[in-house]
Design a protein around this ligand. Structure first.
Ligand code: NAD
Length: 353
């Protein structure tokens, strides 16, 4: 008997058996509701290695559509490069999958983000994106301190993210949104540096980006994504009327200061393994599948971070401040500008060689 004795057992499939697939395994192993029945990868060696390393005894497929057709999984983990998130989600919906836990970012272009959200809304197939740092205890402590008013009224945030806006910026913007009651931005102004171009997970991107954003409740933020002087730390500093706090990029709590009570210290958190947030990812998605509640990593939340990213790129294209909700844009303005030769054709640096 365990806490899920009365819950259904979910037949889980993993599509894409690379690095992130392995990062999801601790979450699957920790949840007794999950049994991994099938793996798909265009590389048989990658799928076989996962099957052996974790002793899944799963069926292995080279084609994810064949897996979906034959195995009819309840839950699918999509750990593929970014351009495949939308088409594979569509295939999962067509196969009657109940929940898809997809890797971030949502998709390479804003129109594709809207499309995947539309399909999720219409189909009812639960869709989450792996902004797993929401489950890191440092981020949770930060949210708790902000919610109890420890910092007073929120005023501003300083966001420092590894490169690039789409790939890592989505985590940092999601972190910022989670600290500010999930309130969408109302306008943004952005710039990119293309001295160094990046090619990450199948999408070209800038080497560095900066921007200013203002949220609907007046909280403002500045963001630096990548660039030469990231030697300080990556993460978020939240400043309120009565104090400030800092959380690192991976959700590790750094410090909090309350101006009126300099002796006050936030609680010390126990050490946390890198796997711990991934346990929350699976647990919360399945709990919400059963209760019908919005998951902590819902596509609706991912959409807010994505909207800021594409609005920042649109700001670069239009040379103007861009108001949200973002309208009249369906492409990735950065990729369109790149294709149109609007940036110097610098060599792209891949994150996978
Ligand atoms: N949440 C995070 O913190 C985090 C961290 C790193 C990367 N990511 C994201 O995770 C995603 C995957 O990254 P990764 O590092 O696991 O990549 P990876 O290259 O290690 O793994 C991808 C796997 O997919 C397989 N594959 C390619 N095309 C396929 C297809 N059509 N069908 C089945 N398998 C196919 C490849 O053979 C490979 O084994 C990216 O979108 C990336 O942005 C998220």
């Amino acid at each position: 008997m365990n806490e899920y004795s009365n819950s259904p057992l979910y037949r889980v499939a993993i599509i894409g058996c690379g690095k992130r697939a392995r990062a999801h395994v601790p979450g699957l192993l920790a949840d007794s509701r999950c049994t991994v029945v099938a793996l798909a990868d265009v590389s048989r060696a990658a799928a076989d290695a996962m099957n052996t390393d974790y002793g899944f005894g799963a069926a292995v497929y080279l084609d994810h559509r064949e897996l979906l057709e034959r195995e009819r999984p309840d839950v699918v983990i999509v750990t593929l490069w970014t351009p495949l998130h939308l088409p594979v989600y569509k295939d999962c919906v067509a196969a009657g999958v109940r929940a898809v836990l997809s890797e971030k970012p949502m998709a390479p272009a804003w129109g594709e983000c809207l499309e995947i959200a539309r399909i999720a809304e219409e189909s009812g197939c639960q869709l989450t994106f792996c902004h797993q740092r929401r489950f890191a205890q440092g981020n949770q402590l930060a949210r708790h301190l902000i919610a109890e008013g420890r910092l007073g009224k929120l005023e501003r945030m300083d966001l420092f993210s590894p490169p690039n806006l789409l790939d890592c910026g989505t985590h940092t913007l999601d972190q910022a949104l989670s600290f500010n009651e999930e309130i969408p931005a109302k306008w943004v102004l952005g710039a990119v540096d293309t001295t160094q171009l990046l090619q990450w997970f199948g999408v070209s991107a800038e080497g560095m980006a900066t921007g200013t954003l203002v949220f609907g409740n007046g909280v403002r933020a500045s963001i630096q994504v990548g660039g030469p002087d990231m030697d300080l730390w990556g993460g978020v500093r939240v400043t309120g009327s009565e104090g400030f706090l800092e959380v690192l990029w991976d959700g590790q709590f750094q410090r909090a200061v309350v101006y009126a009570d300099p002796a006050w210290q936030p609680p010390t958190l126990p050490d946390e393994t890198a796997d711990a947030p991934m346990i929350g990812v699976v647990r919360n998605a399945l709990d919400c599948l059963e209760s019908g509640a919005e998951p902590e990593l819902s596509y609706q939340k991912a959409l807010r971070a994505s909207e800021i990213i594409f609005a920042l790129y649109e700001s670069v294209r239009s040379h103007t401040r861009v108001a949200l909700p973002l309208t009249g844009v369906s492409d990735n303005p950065f990729l369109t500008m790149l294709a149109n030769g609007e940036f110097e054709q610098n060599e792209e640096k891949p994150n996978h060689d």
